[in-house]
Design a protein around this ligand. Structure first.
Ligand code: KDG
Ligand code: MG
Length: 455
């Protein structure tokens, strides 16, 4: 790292070395003139240091872990999201006990170097807890850089490439008619793209469906369970029979224009996913999301060999290297990492750049269990890259907005951010105190015979 005293002594060295090459009679006056005319006035912004790292765990409807990084410039701080659903306290502890001491005293402007330091420095690299903690720090540092520059983060990333980010919301129901109603409500609200999930007859609880409640807005939050994890039952056979019929129903009732999406949520085996993708072809999905477990990169080839349904993958990835084979072998069409679990904006812009070479588009994860700074980070990247695809979004309840004001906007089916410097979100620490952490877990899933199933 280049500190200012080293930088200025280096400038002196070059000046003196240059002068020494000149004739002796000239040397003295050259030196004098250089001193008088070229002694640099301080340029740019003064040096900056991280003075404090605060970790705030709060539950304004859902548990969120926030990182607030304060700096040596009065009033200049950044806020990032480091929420990992069901393991919130592990990330908070990592941040507080292991990461904060490494950050205090560092230059917050050196985002890439800090990323490398936190990723490679501990020797033990990666994993969802470390990568979520790193994402929180990364987002806060981009927030600081933007505020300091007086620019929204998308400007620092190269400026706008589009007027807004096409968004999709969730429509779910206990039967096809309920899903259709939810989708119609979404369309009335301006959405052009809708993710559809339906309860599977005969199975207890289905991912992404409302249970007793029925609304596209609660669907994003259905995973939030208090106490111990609930158990859902999954069987591939009825699921595979039901889903194509749901999309047949939706196409007949809603027409061709609306973009339809579906989330498999990593629950199928490769041959099952290949069958589903093929049987969905007539309904022209925008994409079929997360068909396979994150470990099974090879399985995507089987899906590809059998279907032209576009495939999206990535919300469970916590390493840039997870994305590499799927993108470079063109086994997917959309990469949908979570900017809160993959290492923040610094990671996302590299993934997006890699994807650009292979005609893969982005579709960053945007559920209700990650907080507004991540949603804002999503959109700053979305509107500044050439290969944006679509953006998942939820509407946050008022309590969450009270704790984390600002952030993204939604109009006529598109998300956006305004010109507020930084990420454009803030943290109300006093409000956060009113909503203490509540232990909660995601549901788990089992097969009918009692064996474990991916949820
Ligand atoms: O915490 C898990 C949720 O974020 C996940 O279940 C949501 O799959 C999801 C999605 O696509 O939004
Ligand atoms: Mg998903």
């Amino acid at each position: 790292m280049l500190n200012t005293s080293f930088a200025s002594s280096r400038r002196w060295f070059f000046k003196l070395a240059g002068a020494a090459a000149l004739a002796p009679s000239f040397r003295q006056s050259a030196l004098t003139r250089t001193d008088a005319a070229e002694e640099p006035k301080p340029r740019g912004l003064p040096p900056l240091k991280i003075t404090e790292v605060r970790v705030i765990v709060t539950c304004p409807d859902r548990n969120y872990v926030l990182v607030k990084i304060l700096t040596s410039e009065a009033g200049l701080y950044g806020v990032g999201d480091a929420t990992l659903n069901g393991r919130e306290l592990a990330v908070a502890e990592d941040l507080e006990k292991h990461i904060a001491p490494l950050l205090v005293g560092r230059d917050p402007e050196e985002i890439e170097d800090t990323w490398q330091y936190l990723y490679r420095g501990p020797y033990w690299r990666g994993g969802p807890i470390q990568m979520t903690a790193l994402a929180g720090v990364d987002q806060a540092l981009w927030d600081i850089k933007g505020k300091r520059a007086g620019m929204p983060v998308y400007q620092l990333l190269g400026g706008r490439t589009r007027q807004g980010a096409l968004a999709y919301t969730h429509a779910s129901g206990r039967d096809f008619a309920e899903v259709e109603d939810a989708a119609r409500r979404a369309l009335e609200r301006g959405f052009k793209a809708v993710r559809a999930q339906v309860a599977i007859p005969g199975l207890e609880g289905t991912y992404g469906t409302p249970g007793r409640k029925s609304s596209e807005e609660t669907a994003g939050r259905v995973a939030q369970q208090s106490g111990l994890p609930s158990t859902e039952i999954f069987e591939p056979a009825p699921y595979l029979r039901t889903v194509p019929k749901l999309f047949e129903h939706l196409r007949v009732k809603l027409g061709e224009e609306v973009e339809l999406l579906h989330d498999v949520h990593e629950r199928l085996a490769p041959i099952e996913a290949a069958r589903l993708a093929r049987e969905l072809e007539p309904y022209h999905l925008f994409f079929l999301e997360d068909p396979l477990r994150p470990e099974d990169k090879q399985g995507f080839r089987l899906i590809r060999e059998h279907s032209t349904t576009p495939i999206a993958m990535g919300e469970l990835f916590d390493s840039l290297w997870d994305c590499l084979p799927l993108i470079s072998q063109q086994l997917i069409d959309f990469i949908r990492c979570d900017l809160d679990h993959i290492g923040g904006i610094t990671a996302a812009r590299k993934i997006a750049a890699l994807a650009e070479f292979y005609q893969v588009k982005t579709a960053w994860h945007g559920p209700g269990d990650i907080s507004p700074p991540t949603h804002a980070a999503n959109v700053h990247v979305d509107i500044s890259i050439p290969n944006f695809g679509i953006q998942e979004m939820v509407f946050f309840p008022d309590v969450a907005r009270e704790v984390l004001p600002g952030g993204t906007t939604f109009k006529d089916g598109y998300m956006d951010v305004d010109r507020t410097p930084g990420l454009g979100t803030d943290l109300n620490e006093e409000a956060a105190k009113k909503y203490p952490y509540r232990r909660s877990y995601l549901p788990t899933a089992r097969r009918k015979d009692g064996s474990m199933q991916d949820w």
